[in-house]
Write a protein that binds this ligand. Structure first.
Ligand SMILES: Cc1ncc(COP(=O)(O)O)c(C=O)c1O
Ligand SMILES: N[C@H](C=O)CCC(=O)O
Length: 429
C-alpha cells in the first residue's frame, strides 16, 4: 500500500471522509485521495514522491504558483512580528485601502476569515439595510456553506447530490429563492411574484462552481438594472473571480458596479481569509457603526493581511500577467478542442478568460441545465487517466481548472498531449 492510502486509512477514522472539505475526498472520481507533501511553482508532490502539474492551485489563491520566494519572505517577516493581536494593526488599514481602490463601488470593506463568512455577512448586512428578508441566488452557484445559501448550490453540494443540505431548517431557507443563471426572465418573474420583499441578489458573476459558465453580458446588465429599479442590493460573489480575472474583478470586465462584493482566496495569498464590502451607506450598517452584528477573533489576521497585500501589490497594474493567464487557458482550450475532434469524444470546453472547465456533453454550455448533462462517470475516468500522466485536475466535474503564473509552455504542451491520450482511451468506451 502506498503512503497516501496509508494516510487515508488513518484519516477516515478521525476526520469525516478523511478530509477537511468534501471535494478533496476524490469520491466522485472513484478513487482515494492523494496526500500532499509539498509544492513548488506549478508542481505539487504527494507523500509517495510523485510529481504532478497542479491545476487546483488551492482552488484559486496560488495565482503566483506555490512557494513563491518573495511571498515566503513576506510571510516570514510577518511571522516575526507576531501571529495575531486581537486589536487593530496597520496592515488591516493597508489591505482595506488596496481593496477599496481596486474595486469600483467598494467604498468600505470588512475582513473575515473565509469566503463563507464573507457571503453570509454580506447577506445579513443587505437584509439589515433593506429591512427585507428574501434573497435570490442562482442554481449551481456556490457561495460557501452558510445555512441560507445551501440551496440548489454548486461545487461539492452538486457533486455529492446534497444541493439542499440536511441540517438546514426549512424555516431558514424559506426566504431563499432560486433563479436560473443567464436567464433574466426567471429573475423578472421571481421579483414580480415577491414584489417589495427581496433584500438582495447574490451571484457568482462568472460561475465556477458548476464548472465554468460564460456570462451573457446582456443578462448581467439587465440584472443590474432590475435590482436598481426594485431597491434590491446586488451582491457579486467574487471569491473566485476577484483579482483573478482582472485586478478589478469580473465587475471591471463587465463595466458594472454592484452594491456589494465578496472576496476570498487570492486576497489572502493562500492563508485563510475573506472580505465583504460595498457602498459606504450599506457598510455603515455594520457594527460598531450600525446595528448589524458581525465579528471575528482572527479577522484581519496580520499574517494573512501581509501575504494578501504582497500578492495584490504584485497584481496591480500587471496587465501582462492577466493576459498571460488567459493565454495559458486559451492554449489549453485550443489543444483540448483539437483533441476532441481527433478522438471523437463527446466533450465541450467552457472557458471565460483564465477560467476553464471540460464537460462530457454535446450541449453548448450556457447554464445549469447544460452542465448537468455532462457524463460525470466519464469525467472520473478522464481524471484518473490525467492523474496517471501526472496531472492534477480538480477531482470533481463541477469545478474550475485554475491557471497560475508559473505554468510553463512545456507544462501546457504536456497537458495537451496527456489530454489526447486520455481522450483516446475514453473513445473506446
Ligand atoms: C464563489 C465562492 N463563494 C464562496 C466560497 C466559499 O469560500 P470558502 O471556501 O473560503 O468558505 C467559494 C469557495 O469555496 C466560492 O467559490
Ligand atoms: N469549489 C470550491 C471553491 O471554490 C472548492 C473548495 C472546497 O470547497 O473545498
Amino acid at each position: 500500500m502506498n503512503k497516501s492510502n496509508e494516510l487515508f486509512e488513518k484519516a477516515v477514522k478521525v476526520i469525516p471522509g478523511g478530509v477537511n472539505s468534501p471535494v478533496r475526498a476524490f469520491g466522485s472520481v472513484n478513487m482515494n485521495p492523494i496526500f500532499i507533501r509539498n509544492a513548488k511553482g506549478s508542481y505539487i508532490y504527494d507523500v509517495d514522491g510523485k510529481k504532478y502539474i497542479d491545476y487546483i492551485s488551492s482552488w484559486g489563491p496560488m495565482i503566483f504558483g506555490h512557494c513563491d520566494e518573495e511571498l515566503n519572505k513576506v510571510a516570514i517577516n510577518a511571522l516575526e512580528k507576531g501571529v495575531s493581536y486581537g486589536v487593530p494593526s496597520d496592515v488591516e488599514v493597508e489591505m482595506a485601502e488596496i481593496i477599496t481602490q481596486a474595486y469600483k463601488g467598494c467604498e468600505m470593506v470588512r475582513m473575515v476569515n473565509s469566503g463563507t463568512e464573507a457571503t453570509m455577512s454580506a447577506i445579513r448586512v443587505a437584509r439589515g439595510y433593506t429591512g427585507k428578508d428574501k434573497i435570490i441566488k442562482f442554481e449551481g452557484c456556490y457561495h460557501g456553506h452558510s445555512d441560507c445559501l445551501l440551496v440548489k448550490s454548486g461545487s461539492g453540494t452538486l457533486t455529492f447530490n446534497v444541493q439542499t443540505s440536511p441540517g438546514v431548517p426549512v424555516d431558514t431557507v424559506k426566504h431563499t429563492l432560486v433563479c436560473e443563471y443567464n436567464n433574466i426572465d426567471s429573475v423578472k418573474e421571481t421579483i414580480e411574484k415577491n414584489k417589495g420583499e427581496i433584500a438582495c441578489i447574490i451571484i457568482e458573476p462568472v460561475p465556477g462552481n458548476m464548472g465554468v459558465v460564460a456570462p451573457n453580458i446582456e443578462f448581467m446588465r439587465e440584472l443590474r438594472k432590475i435590482t436598481e429599479d426594485n431597491n434590491i442590493v446586488l451582491i457579486y460573489d467574487e471569491v473566485i473571480t476577484g483579482f483573478r480575472l482582472s485586478y478589478g474583478g469580473a465587475a471591471e470586465l463587465f463595466d458594472i458596479v454592484p452594491d456589494m462584493v465578496c472576496f476570498g482566496k487570492i486576497i489572502g495569498g493562500g492563508l485563510p481569509v475573506g472580505a465583504y464590502g460595498g457602498k459606504s451607506e450599506i457598510m455603515s450598517m455594520v457594527s460598531p457603526v450600525g446595528k448589524v452584528y458581525q465579528a471575528g477573533t482572527l479577522s484581519g489576521n496580520p499574517l494573512a493581511m501581509s501575504m494578501g497585500i504582497a500578492v495584490l501589490n504584485r497584481l496591480k497594474n500587471n496587465q501582462k500577467l492577466y493576459i498571460e493567464l488567459e493565454n495559458k487557458a486559451k492554449k489549453l482550450e485550443e489543444g483540448f478542442k483539437s483533441n476532441i475532434e481527433l478522438s471523437g469524444v463527446k466533450a465541450v470546453v467552457s472557458r471565460y478568460k483564465s477560467m476553464l472547465s471540460l464537460f462530457f456533453t454535446d450541449r453548448e454550455v450556457n447554464g445549469y441545465s447544460d452542465v448537468v448533462t455532462s457524463d460525470t462517470e466519464k469525467y472520473a475516468k478522464y481524471f484518473q487517466s490525467m492523474l496517471k500522466s501526472e496531472i492534477l485536475l480538480p477531482p470533481a466535474q463541477y469545478e474550475v481548472m485554475f491557471m497560475n503564473a508559473t505554468l510553463s509552455d512545456k507544462d501546457i504542451e504536456y497537458t495537451i498531449k496527456a489530454n489526447l491520450k486520455a481522450f483516446m482511451e475514453l473513445s473506446k468506451y
